[in-house]
Design a protein around this ligand. Structure first.
Ligand SMILES: CC(C)(COP(=O)(O)OP(=O)(O)OC[C@H]1O[C@@H](n2cnc3c(N)ncnc32)[C@H](O)[C@@H]1OP(=O)(O)O)[C@@H](O)C(=O)NCCC(=O)NCCS
Length: 194
């Protein structure tokens, strides 16, 4: 006899890859290839004075106050500068991170989460994202961190390519669902072994 859950599941529709979320993980004990970049960058950690620039680059997805508070509470953000210009950044948190209404990523000790990585369009496709991702993984490893988690929509092929190149493996998939086509419903979580 079908359970109530079976019946409800039967009345849900699943999202496509532009709505489905994947979670990737990088074991930082595995080798990290840190090739020098062809472009001369200086690296430094972001401070309060950089937040407006970072927020503008990411399209003001998060409010300035939220980002300032996050840095105060221990988040880190590695910047690549060319001249005086911030060309790329990678933001990492060590605290639980709310991804949406249904999904909060709980971080165990030794885990970090890559909130966002960004390379200015004029510097893209030149190995900068890979250099930055490997750089921040190296720093995290030195800090004693064991795993770096990252997440993105399953349709973001460019970002998936970058992460796979840097040694990430897909760990989980969260399949978006809607009850009776329009009511939000918790995603179906699928664990992926490879
Ligand atoms: C994703 C992003 C950071 C990649 O930075 P980048 O400096 O262009 O990446 P790299 O040149 O180091 O490329 C590394 C890998 O990423 C993938 N990649 C990068 N650009 C790509 C493109 N235009 N098409 C297909 N794959 C691409 C490839 O796998 C590439 O490896 P390869 O050069 O051996 O083919 C950059 O495109 C970006 O800032 N995008 C907007 C923000 C974003 O989507 N961030 C990710 C959030 S999770």
């Amino acid at each position: 006899m079908p359970t109530l859950r079976n019946i409800i599941d039967g009345l849900t529709v699943q999202g496509n890859d532009s709505e489905n979320w994947i979670e990737l993980v990088r074991d930082l004990s595995e080798p990290i290839l840190q090739q020098p970049s062809d472009i001369q960058f200086s690296k430094r950690w972001a401070e309060d004075k950089d937040i407006l620039t970072i927020a503008a680059l990411e399209g003001f997805v998060k409010e300035i106050d939220f980002m300032a508070q996050a840095l105060e509470e221990g988040d880190i953000c590695l910047l690549l500068e060319h001249g005086d210009k911030i060309c790329a950044f990678a933001w990492v948190t060590f605290r639980d991170y709310r991804l949406d209404l249904w999904h909060t990523l709980h971080l165990l000790p030794g885990y970090a989460y890559l909130v966002y990585i960004f390379v200015r369009p004029e510097f893209q496709r030149k190995g900068v994202g890979y250099y930055l991702l490997c750089s921040i993984m190296g720093h995290l490893k030195e800090m004693g961190c064991e795993y770096l988690i990252s997440g993105m929509f399953a349709s973001w092929k460019i970002s998936i390519g970058l992460h796979r190149k840097a040694g990430f493996r897909i760990n989980k998939k969260f399949i978006k669902r809607r009850f009776l086509r329009f009511l939000p419903y918790p995603p179906k979580k699928v664990t992926i072994d490879s």
